[in-house]
Design a binder for this molecule. Structure first.
Ligand code: XLS
Ligand code: NI
Ligand code: NI
Length: 436
């Protein structure tokens, strides 16, 4: 088996390739539906899982060392070198980070910001050398002890102030690096017990926090998107950003809906009791589709396992929603995913990205087939045909009244509701996925 350092880049060798370090479905410059695959998919590397996570879990320590035998700032520079080398090998053009992923933390906000700025300058030069871009950045406002009861929703005002200060530094970093998004995932913005929680106050604070961030970033000329990343629980028992619907209601209430979209994570959708496709569909229908944290959970485990996505049904239905939403604008597919604890070599990092990228490339190819095949879309269209004529057309035009509908309906005795044909449609999906 080849070693990480021996692999210059991962080539596309087609679906019959037995070469371990090759793409079988992801052919980045191939045109599908008028666009290069890489521009449909806009893959991004997540710094926290890929560059920092080292296998630690609740029951044991590191299984991998990603310190490159360096300390302090030098360690973070070595990590950045590795990050860009990895992205180049894989042909990944975007990355995402938290403030604390890219730079060490200082004794206070001022010192941390200085370190961050130094690393931003370093990353900027790497971006210029390679053409790799920042997809989005975010503030880690959940890891440190002071955030134990939340950040924007902390009962302590000093914590609110430090947290927004960190967001300011992240906004400045995003602008400096030309990033197209800023993510807010409310790690501990929620509660563990209502016995100690003023929910109304916390929600108001959260909205004010986001408003301050939005206004500051816009004032500084940021034109990209702000994203809320919904998640129902973990680490708190109940997170305020529960799911896409909840977040949209919140954003509309506080008049943040023009600037904020959704960053939808597959594993968070399933934790909320939804499918990944459901969350994407809600966002698309409501005009909030933004970006995606591409991963998958394990349905037998009740937490955010952040596995690399390999389930082709899910990637296909995801890409179907993305295509129907008109594709990504500022967003992309960020692999918020990590190789398993026991997949602990640098080669595994490559192999897990290859698995995820190929699963989405295959999903894109299959989603295109679903659309071109047309049977599923035609079925849905036909299913609502009663709204195209007669009383249905009037309902559709909203020209009826309660009285007119009553008069119409009062003598309808036999109503022929047609079959939903679920099993037939599932077999069509299988036919499209495996029919050749
Ligand atoms: C955690 C989240 C997190 C966000 C960024 O569950 O997915 O990684 O994507 O803070
Ligand atoms: Ni995420
Ligand atoms: Ni997550």
């Amino acid at each position: 088996m080849k070693k990480f350092l021996e692999i210059e880049n991962v080539p596309y060798l087609g679906k019959n390739s037995k070469e371990m370090f090759s793409f079988r479905y992801y052919n980045k410059d191939e045109i599908l539906l008028g666009k290069k695959m890489k521009d449909h998919l806009r893959f991004a590397m997540s710094y926290w899982h890929t560059i920092n996570a080292s296998g630690t879990d609740m029951f044991g320590g590191d299984t991998m060392n990603k310190n490159f035998e360096k300390e302090g700032m030098e360690k973070y520079k070595a990590k950045a070198d590795f990050a860009f080398e990895l992205m180049q090998k894989l042909g990944i053009e975007y990355y995402c980070f938290h403030d604390v992923d890219i730079a060490p933390e200082g004794k206070d906000l001022e010192e941390s910001t200085r370190y961050l700025e130094e690393m931003v300058a370093y990353l900027k030069s790497k971006q210029e050398q390679t053409g790799i871009k920042l997809l989005w950045a975010t503030a880690n406002n959940f890891g440190d002890k002071k955030f134990m009861s939340g950040a924007a929703t902390s009962p302590n005002a000093d914590v609110f102030a430090i947290a927004i200060g960190k967001v300011k530094a992240v906004i400045d970093a995003t602008i400096a690096l030309g990033g197209s998004g800023i993510v807010f995932w409310g790690g501990r913005e929620g509660y563990d017990t209502l016995l100690n929680t003023n929910m109304g106050l916390e929600l108001d604070h959260l909205a004010y926090f986001l408003t301050l961030a939005r206004d500051y970033a816009r004032k500084k000329g940021f034109q990209g998107d702000f994203y809320i990343e919904p998640k129902p629980k973990e680490p708190t028992k109940h997170q305020y950003d529960f799911d896409v619907s909840t977040c949209i209601g919140f954003l509309r209430k506080y008049k943040l809906d023009k600037d904020f979209k959704m960053n939808i994570e597959a594993n968070h959708a399933t934790l909320a009791g939804h499918t990944f496709q459901h969350e994407l569909r809600v966002a698309r229908t409501e005009g909030f589709f933004g970006s995606i944290d591409a991963n998958q959970g394990d349905l037998l485990l009740g937490w955010d396992t952040d596995q690399f996505p390999t389930n082709v049904y899910d990637t296909t239905l995801c890409m179907y929603e993305v295509l129907k939403a008109g594709g990504f604008t500022n967003g992309g597919l960020n692999f918020d995913a990590k190789a398993r604890r026991a997949s602990n070599t640098f080669e595994d990092i490559l192999l897990s990205y290859i698995a995820g990228m190929d699963a989405f490339a295959l999903g894109l190819r299959k989603a295109q087939k679903i659309i071109e095949d047309g049977r599923i879309d035609a079925f849905i269209e036909q299913r609502y045909a009663s709204y195209k004529k007669g009383i249905g057309a009037q309902i559709q035009k909203k020209t009826v009244t309660m009285e007119s509908l009553y008069a119409y309906a009062k003598n309808l005795s036999v109503v022929a509701v047609e079959s939903g044909r679920q099993e037939y449609l599932e077999s069509i999906l299988n036919n499209i996925l495996f029919g050749e």
